[in-house]
Design a protein around this ligand. Structure first.
Ligand code: PXP
Length: 249
């Protein structure tokens, strides 16, 4: 099967804010990082406003909304506080992620199936406000079916287990996880969901995920911000784009 279309790269700038907050200084500035990422070919910027504000802050979200020329993908927990913030800013996309252990499946994605009614009610106003709602879940048919039923337009498949197995040298498990990601990307697409993927991706692991034809967007942060120490942020992103495009072709 040929890829369904252009594979977008969303650059997650959370960990620029992590470094800034380590000293309580004003730098490095995540908004500046977002601007550099856009210039280097990012198709969008991803930022996660955590309940404890451990990296991105409310002011950062305001700054991103004002400064970005590409869409903001606003990651947040399914709480009333975060819903209010999202409705105030109306970012292009909202990705619902688990924040607490109880909200998480064993594979790390959001437990949608157990919370269908609450989540359906939670995302309805976000959709009405024009946000494209995405749910961050493991490659699990039960969770994908639940995401479709609650009215999400997008699922983001959690690639953390696949990347961890690779890093630990457990290649049989890695390949089994990759097969699951491939199969579930196809299944989600068959239900009418747009498929994204992310978490833990590096130059070494991104290729096979970028090659999954139904995957339309990758969200990548931690590795790129780390790699920026050695190459600079723009070149780190350009190289990721190159590896993604090579695998997609
Ligand atoms: N996608 C989602 C939904 C995430 O929560 C994260 C991490 O914040 C990422 C992608 C990016 O993961 P990483 O920083 O490991 O590349």
């Amino acid at each position: 099967m040929k890829p369904l279309g252009h594979l977008r790269l969303g650059v997650n700038i959370d960990h620029v804010a992590t470094v800034r907050n380590a000293r309580g200084s004003a730098y490095p500035d995540p908004i500046r990082a977002a601007t550099v990422a856009e210039a280097a070919g990012a198709d969008g910027i991803t930022a996660h406003l955590r309940e404890d504000r451990r990296h991105i802050t409310d002011t950062d979200i305001e700054g991103l909304m004002a400064a970005l020329t590409t869409p903001l993908n606003f990651e947040m927990a399914a709480t009333d506080e975060m819903q209010k913030i999202a409705l105030r800013h109306r970012p292009h996309a909202v990705c619902i992620v688990p924040e607490k252990r109880e909200e998480r499946t064993t594979e790390g994605g959001l437990e949608v199936a157990r919370e269908e009614n609450r989540l359906a009610g939670f995302i309805a106003p976000l959709r009405e406000a024009g946000c494209r709602v995405s749910i961050f879940i493991a490659a699990d048919a039960r969770q994908i079916e639940a995401a479709a039923r609650i009215g999400a337009q997008v699922i983001e498949l959690h690639t953390g287990a696949y990347c961890d197995y690779h890093a630990e040298g457990h290649f049989a498990e890695r390949d089994a996880e990759l097969d699951r990601l491939r199969e579930m990307a196809g299944f989600a697409h068959s239900l009418g969901l747009e498929v994204h993927a992310g978490h833990g991706l590096t130059y070494d692991t991104v290729g096979p995920v970028a090659a999954i034809p139904q995957v339309m967007e990758l969200n990548i942060g931690h590795f790129l911000i780390g790699e920026a120490i050695f190459r600079g942020l723009g070149p780190a992103i350009t190289e990721m784009r190159r590896v993604m495009d090579a695998a997609r072709a």
